[in-house]
Design a protein around this ligand. Structure first.
Ligand code: PXL
Length: 265
């Protein structure tokens, strides 16, 4: 039977990230996707100026309470970009009331990259992310997010094992660290406290916004579809590489990757 996931993240109306990539990818992989939008923005906040933001914190409890009354349950809750610190308690409420007993709580702490928080966020968001990361079944941080969550100083070449172990010690049962580099290769490492797996691909330039959200959406779908950690990493890294290749000759398309043709295949 097909699985049902709730994703909690913003709707960036233009720009190919967050909800607008999660929905098509999860659907294409046979996973039903419900959305709890945290905010509506005209675009994502990296690379566009003067974007508009409508915060939806006040609407979220109303939506949640309706679903609780309806007895709706999910196989997974997958969280991404969260713009307001009040939303972390709402996410914990959703986890308590809407997740099946054996459901998975998957957190992509999408808040930072290249050593910096995203423009519209402040350090309160890091503290909120720590709260949900510590009770997550799976987390999907990049290197910057991992450093911020564990209070390690950001470095482009950190001690990956220490970072992953620090994240595991925070309480996250399975860690998938993205942006792991080895010479000219980049990819992700999985660690569940016992087993580990790493998949690396040749670095494709330039790097694009939204690839973290695409990566996470694929991982969420593949986990729910029962793929092994190694196959999951292989699928997601290959998808990102192919999407970058499909985009890089189109100079007018710099705000995200053209993943649709790759998804069709
Ligand atoms: O891709 C992560 C993301 C999601 N949503 C919004 C963002 C970003 C990254 O900047 O700005 C609104």
């Amino acid at each position: 039977m097909s699985k049902k996931v709730l994703t909690v993240q913003d709707i960036s109306c233009y720009g190919q990230c967050s909800t607008t990539v999660a929905l098509p990818i999860l659907s294409a992989k046979g996973v039903e996707c419900a959305i709890l939008p945290s905010a509506i923005l005209s675009t994502h906040t990296a690379g566009f100026k003067d974007f508009t933001v409508l915060d939806l914190t006040d609407e979220m409890p109303k939506i949640l309470n309706h679903w609780i009354k309806e007895g709706i349950k999910f196989d997974a809750i997958y969280t991404g970009y969260i713009g307001d610190v009040r939303q972390f308690d709402l996410i914990l409420l959703a986890k308590e009331k809407l997740l099946k007993d054996d459901g998975l709580f998957i957190v992509d702490p999408a808040m930072a990259d290249n050593g910096k928080l995203y423009p519209a966020l402040n350090s309160d968001i890091v503290e909120g992310m720590k709260k949900i990361v510590s009770v997550a079944d799976v987390i999907l941080p990049n290197i910057t997010e991992a450093c911020f969550l564990t209070n390690n100083t950001y470095s482009e070449n950190p001690n990956y094992n220490k970072l992953i172990e620090d994240l595991n010690k925070m309480g996250a049962k399975k860690v998938i660290l993205t942006g792991v580099k080895d010479n000219n290769r980049i990819g992700a490492t999985y660690y569940d406290g016992i087993d580990t797996a790493t998949v690396l691909k040749d670095i494709e330039a330039p790097s694009y916004h939204g690839t973290g959200d695409i990566f996470s959406s694929i991982i969420v779908a593949d986990i729910l579809n029962g793929l092994s950690p190694k196959d999951t990493l292989e699928d997601a890294t290959t998808f990102i590489v192919d999407s970058i290749k499909a985009t890089k000759d189109d100079k007018a398309h710099s705000y995200g990757v053209k993943f649709e043709d790759v998804l069709n295949k």
